[in-house]
Design a protein around this ligand. Sequence first.
Ligand code: NAD
Ligand code: DAU
Length: 335
Amino acid sequence: MKLFVTGGAGFIGSNFILYWMKKYPEDKIINFDKLTYAGNLENLKEVEKNPNYEFIQGDICNKRLVEDVTRNIDIIVHFAAESHVDRSILDASPFIQTNIVGTHVLLEAAVKNKVPRFHHVSTDEVFGALPLNSTEKFMDTTPYNPHSPYSASKAASDHLVRAYGDTYGLQYTLSNCSNNFGPYHFPEKLIPLAITNIIEGKKVPVYGDGLYVRDWLYVLDHCEAIDAIIKKGTIGKTYLVGGLTDDISNIDVIKKIITIMEVDESVITFVKDRPGHDRRYAIDWSTINKELGWSPKHTFETALAETVEWFKKNEEWWKRIKSGVYKDYYNTQYK
Ligand code: NAD
Ligand code: DAU
């Protein structure tokens, strides 16, 4: 099989490529990535010389290039996106461009080149927010109600994918997953930011009252879910993918990290809240479990400890990021 992976130099995309090439060494992968601030080819060092792996630097908004490189492939696995909510609040334009226009360009190319399969990776944030202290979960039937420019742009991309299925017969599957964490997680997101700040002796910024709840999914569990959907999923269907967490607030996530890293709670600093901040996410992943036999394997506690270990062992990787352009963003966001 020949896979065309967009955004393969990012956090989840690179984990997916490493996972896939290990599990299916006979398959070919083209990694198509613009290499924005979030794209890092260092993540893929392990496979860069593998003859079944090819990297093409390019923008999914570039119609001519995308049409050209999506000929004779078996599946597009679409990860490329602007992915950070806070950045979308500072400037929504790249989110509209990449997440909506870019997805549209890719869909047009897929139809024109008769690509047999399209898998779109999306987010639970399209569903909006659930109330705190409820047992409600997002389900396949939950209506869309996005609140940030990021989630609105992802919602638009989901609608486009489904429209291309209904209108042009595109053979697609779609997944909406919760908050991933693990190796190669860009240190602008809560968990890697907290771990790396603690190593650097800096404070950990917690938004608002810190009682916001996310559903945490270890990135390798996510890769296995996408694998199951690609291999066994029903065409035209959406799968919700979530983790093994009971509700856990951001402040309790930070406290767990603090315990693992053996520092005290004085590292926590409460900062200004994120505008439009969604209170709670929780995923009902029973459909993918019943239909495809997938379930997450990693508990939050074990995977979090492994993640802390990974960041401790890979200081060079994140220090290069934190000392580069990312510094400007950090200073603007937490000024
Ligand atoms: P990321 O920000 O780490 O990586 C995004 C990648 O896309 C980068 O390599 C970047 O260079 C590339 N990219 C950006 N714009 C591009 C363009 N115009 N053309 C080509 N490449 C471009 O993102 P991530 O966290 O790995 O997320 C991957 C996908 O999963 C996204 O679609 C995101 O919405 C979705 N998602 C992420 C999470 C999460 O917790 N990280 C959860 C749910 C869904
Ligand atoms: O739910 C899936 C989504 O998860 C993905 O679609 C996004 O691409 C991904 O970035 C992530 O979005 P979040 O906004 O939930 O992730 P983030 O790590 O930015 O924030 C997690 C929670 O922690 C959220 O409630 C905001 C809070 N937070 C975040 C940062 C960066 C803080 O309290 N302090 C911080 O400094």
